[in-house]
Design a protein around this ligand. Structure first.
Ligand code: M6R
Length: 579
């Protein structure tokens, strides 16, 4: 989704810092971009639709703010790209979020010229208007921000200061030796500083030669608490890989081993789960499938019922939450609005919130009572791979910990890490398979038990990377409708692990084969029902981990074959921060 990067510095390279900062947050997804730099007495803006160029000649300036836009209000046009200016061109703004009442606010503005269709431009004209009565930019921004409905983060400048206000949308401030920076992703700040301030909602701050922080409602000053992080910027760069997705898939064995270093956190959480009156797992997209896997794992391993919901539906079914319930919110980014909203509502009911997230300092992380980091390192490809694997491993280990068998869980996760290494070595084999099926319009994936959520996740991975319509089904559902979709040559992936589902899912493989399907068996052993066999050694309940890596690699190879950039699927963003 939209990305923000702003700099005020004693040096004159603010625009080029903004350009490289925007390049670092490109992965969030965008369809246009822009940079405003304060030169002389007013702002100069460069903006365009599409992706940032590889190189850009920019003027010298001490203050610059930039934006990558993911269109919501108004189409993808140069005029709608941020930054926006007021009528005098002395004020500029970049904005993430949606101003729900922007039409009402716009009606109140008389004598202003609007050049875009955006809600953002309304904000900057409101601030321009407020500047006539308020004593400072800070006050004008604060008063305006209070009138905005919805979840918004704004960065505004008059050329002397940068004023930042936020509610809902993530923003992080960095303090460098030459000045201050603000960005929607902390990793983008790492080339300049490791001293970071994760902004709380309803705060406003002003950056010039110093930094002042206030509550946006009462303008009461407070002392900012910067944290020094020890993150490595190079972890979020491509290194020698052609795509982030490939790099992140290769990092998975190490991610699994990182998770195994954090067994104490898992043990502590297991104690809380045991005491809770009802445990609920929520997440969106890929994370939701990790949550659904949790239902199966908790049943099979811990003999315990846990509930699951996709984040965006949870608000409609959460009436049963109490102060004794436990809500485990699973999110790579920790910013997904469809997770943050139900968590906000659960907090009102005093439900204990657990954040299982990859992002230290994220909104979810800050909201949670108990925090467990995924240990996956920065993930940039839109298609989640290593973070998903870390979710699977953490939830699997948690179910073993609740059963009092954590060491056994750790042993099979280690085994699965080795098996992921073997799957990664078989990329040439997966490439051949991708070539064989890349022209398919539809593809189906079958699994039962633990492999049902894996079928759903595999389908999502294939959809978003290759744009092939892929659907995951529980094997048992075939005869209830899905079988009608199978025609000659339809690729069907069948997960056949060495568990109680083996016989039944092999029967499903035979059923689809009889209807002409091209059956791709992912299993510990070959079977006559398979037209194509991909071997994954049995590692017990953790076999789900290497199984899903097969689907990730297949999705990646399909994207290459179909000439799609796997890191930037059309219409999708890495972090979904607006509804
Ligand atoms: O950051 P989150 O884990 O909360 O993101 C949730 C989904 O938006 C995300 O998993 C999405 O489905 C991915 N593109 C899947 O690969």
């Amino acid at each position: 989704m939209c990305g923000i990067f702003g700099v005020i510095t004693t040096k004159s390279d603010a625009p080029s810092q903004v350009f490289s900062g925007l390049s670092d947050i490109e992965y969030r997804g965008y369809d246009s971009w822009g940079i405003a730099s304060f030169i002389g007495n007013s702002f100069q803006v460069v903006k365009n639709i599409g992706f940032l160029p590889k190189k850009l000649t920019l003027p010298k300036a001490n203050l610059s703010i930039g934006h990558t836009r993911w269109a919501t209000h108004g189409g993808v046009t140069v005029a709608n790209a941020h930054p926006h200016l007021d009528c005098t061109k002395k004020l500029t703004i970049v904005h993430n979020g949606i101003v729900e009442n922007y039409q009402d606010l716009q009606k109140k503005l008389k004598g202003h010229t609007f050049v875009s269709e955006t809600d953002t431009e309304v904000i900057i004209h409101l601030i321009e208007e407020r500047m006539k009565t308020e004593k400072s930019l800070l006050r004008a921004v604060a008063v305006t921000f209070r009138s905005l409905k919805g979840l918004n983060a704004i960065v505004v400048s008059d050329g002397k200061s940068i004023v930042v206000a936020k509610k809902g949308s993530p923003l992080v401030v960095g303090k460098s030796k030459d000045g201050f920076l603000v960005a929607s992703d902390p990793n983008a700040l790492l080339p300049y500083t490791k001293e970071l301030l994760f902004l709380e909602d309803e705060t406003i701050l002003e950056m010039n030669e110093g930094l002042s922080t206030y509550g946006v409602l009462d303008l009461k000053p407070f002392k900012p608490s910067f944290q020094t992080v020890d993150w490595d910027y190079s972890a979020s760069t491509l290194k020698n890989y052609p795509h982030f997705m490939l790099k992140e898939m290769y990092e998975q064995p190490q991610v699994l081993r990182n998770v195994l270093q954090n067994l104490d956190g898992i043990k502590d959480l297991a104690k809380v789960v045991k005491k809770a009156y009802g445990t609920y797992l929520i997440g969106c997209g890929t994370a939701s499938y990790a949550c659904l896997l949790g239902v199966y794992l908790f049943s099979a391993i811990a003999k315990k019922h846990v509930n699951y919901s996709i984040g965006s539906e949870f608000d409609y079914i959460e009436d049963y939450l109490t102060d004794k319930s436990l809500l485990i919110a699973v999110s790579q980014s920790g910013e997904t609005i469809d997770v943050i909203e139900p968590v906000t509502h659960a907090k009102v009911k005093k439900t204990t919130i657990v954040a299982l997230t990859n992002t230290l300092g994220s909104t979810l992380y800050r909201m949670a009572d108990i925090k467990l980091l995924l240990q996956a390192g920065p993930e940039k490809a839109v298609a989640s791979t290593k973070a998903y694997i870390a979710m699977q491993a953490n939830i699997l280990l948690l179910s073993f910990a609740v059963a009092g068998r954590l060491e056994e869980g750790a042993r099979i996760v280690e085994k699965s890490a080795k098996e992921v290494e073997s799957v990664l070595k078989k990329i040439p084999q997966i490439k051949k398979l991708a070539n064989r099926i890349s022209a398919a319009d539809h593809m189906y994936i079958l699994g039962r038990g633990l492999s049902f959520p894996i079928a759903l996740e595999s389908a999502l991975k294939i959809k978003e990377t290759s744009y092939i319509h892929a659907e995951g089904f529980a094997g048992g559902e075939l005869k209830h409708g899905a079988l009608a979709l199978i025609t000659t040559g339809t690729p069907v992936i069948v997960y056949v692990p060495n568990d109680e589902t083996k016989e039944a899912v092999l029967a499903n493989a035979t059923e689809v084969k009889a209807r002409g399907a091209f059956v791709i068996g992912v299993s510990f052993q070959n079977n006559s029902a398979f037209d194509y066999f991909f071997e994954v050694k049995d590692t017990g309940a953790s076999s789900v981990i290497p199984h899903v890596v097969f689907a990730q690699l297949l999705g990646y190879q399909l994207s290459l074959k179909r000439k799609i950039n796997p890191d930037k699927p059309r219409n999708l963003a890495k972090s979904v921060v607006v509804k």
